[in-house]
Design a binder for this molecule. Structure first.
Ligand code: M6R
Length: 357
């Protein structure tokens, strides 16, 4: 039930710190180490390449999951859109592991791929919020995202939960492969949960941002680099899906190769700057759009902040920034949709789970 909340989406956004703490407790053993099924551990570390298959927001979580597994565990990963992979399968490695990410566990495009790769004899793992679901039952292994029921069509807490599970999976695989690790995901996720919490207090600020930047616009761009780029793709999807504002998430450096032609006087551009290694670059990209008349909204993280940023979010571990930086994007989308009188929880033309191809 949504209780005192006007919409499920807002309730589910607010639940994210609790979900992360829940995940920590479910994936921690009595010695404070990562608790994971030994079979899953073996399947991940024996793979010579991991293929992540997903759709929509779960695909965006998969893009972040790839970065985590490659950078932390050193296993090559490809993330694919399920409906593309289904009819256009790339060359596979010798010992692939397939990971399906799905909040509902019922998405037909994923199921098609699952059936095909099982026929080829490859191991399969589903990361889902619904353990009894089709994709969970039909895959060899399941990891539960423990986010609780997600009712709003726009996925919020499932996305951050999926990324949290990938961080744990990546570090576990690294440990199993003997990579020495400074990064304790269970501790760092606790810091993430605290950082998320500040947004329950800062909603008015985000409502104002939505008012200032999005109340009359027809379109909006999100730009970021590295992990921020993937969060921008998710931010744009959230905004289009519930507010019907045309939005795109771009890699900051790619704009000048065409898209910058769309920037006009007053076009809102939401920039994300949480990655120290590319901070100067994304700020340079923002200057380029401002010079063409854009209305800039910079969201940064402590350590990357600059005077004039619209919002500075608390610092968390570099690999986990998407789990926090997506919250302002979710809230901005929520308020933009409200201001435009859109049906936040049930946007037009969409269903919560897409069980047809
Ligand atoms: O249940 P799934 O995670 O498999 O669903 C995938 C997409 O349909 C879903 O993420 C969709 O993009 C959401 N409406 C996004 O908010």
């Amino acid at each position: 039930e949504k209780g005192t909340y006007p919409h499920y989406m807002l309730k589910e956004i607010d639940e994210q710190p609790f979900v992360i703490r829940n995940i920590i407790s479910k994936y921690k053993d009595e010695n404070e180490n990562i608790k994971l099924d030994e079979d899953v551990r073996t399947a991940v570390t024996q793979a010579d390449r991991i293929y992540i298959i997903a759709a929509g927001t779960s695909y965006h979580a998969g893009l972040v999951g790839k970065e985590m597994i490659e950078k932390i565990a050193g296993i090559p990963v490809e993330t694919h859109i399920a409906s593309e992979f289904l009819y256009n399968m790339p060359l596979l490695s010798e010992k692939p592991l397939f990971i399906f990410i799905s909040q509902s566990g019922e998405t037909a495009d994923l199921r098609g791929v699952l059936v095909n790769v099982k026929k080829l004899g490859h191991p399969t793992l589903t990361v889902t919020n619904v353990p009894g679901s089709t994709l969970s039952r039909e895959a060899e292994y399941t990891l539960h995202t423990h986010a609780g029921p997600e009712i709003a069509v726009a996925s919020t807490k499932a996305y951050t939960a999926q990324m949290a599970v990938f961080a744990i999976l990546a570090v576990d695989a690294a440990q199993k492969r003997g990579v020495t690790m400074e990064f304790n995901p269970l501790q760092e996720l606790a810091i993430v949960a605290n950082a998320m919490e500040i947004f329950t207090e800062r909603k008015e600020e985000l409502e104002q941002v939505a008012r200032d930047f999005l109340s009359t616009t027809r379109n909006c761009f999100f730009i970021g680099r590295a992990l921020d780029y993937h969060v921008c793709q998710e931010g744009a999807l959230k905004l289009k899906e519930i507010s019907y504002i045309q939005a795109e998430g771009f890699a900051g450096g790619e704009l000048k190769h065409g898209t910058i032609a769309l920037i006009e006087d007053g076009t809102p551009v939401i920039g994300l700057a949480t990655q120290p290694a590319v901070n100067l670059n994304i700020r340079g990209n923002m200057k380029e759009v401002v010079a063409r008349g854009a209305n800039p909204c910079m969201i940064s993280m402590e350590g990357c902040e600059d005077e004039g940023d619209t919002l500075v979010i608390p610092r968390v571990h570099e690999y986990l920034t998407p789990l926090v930086s997506v919250l302002p994007m979710q809230l901005i989308s929520y308020y933009a949709a409200l201001h435009r009188d859109c049906d936040v929880d049930k946007p037009r033309n969409l269903a919560k789970s897409v069980t047809v191809e």
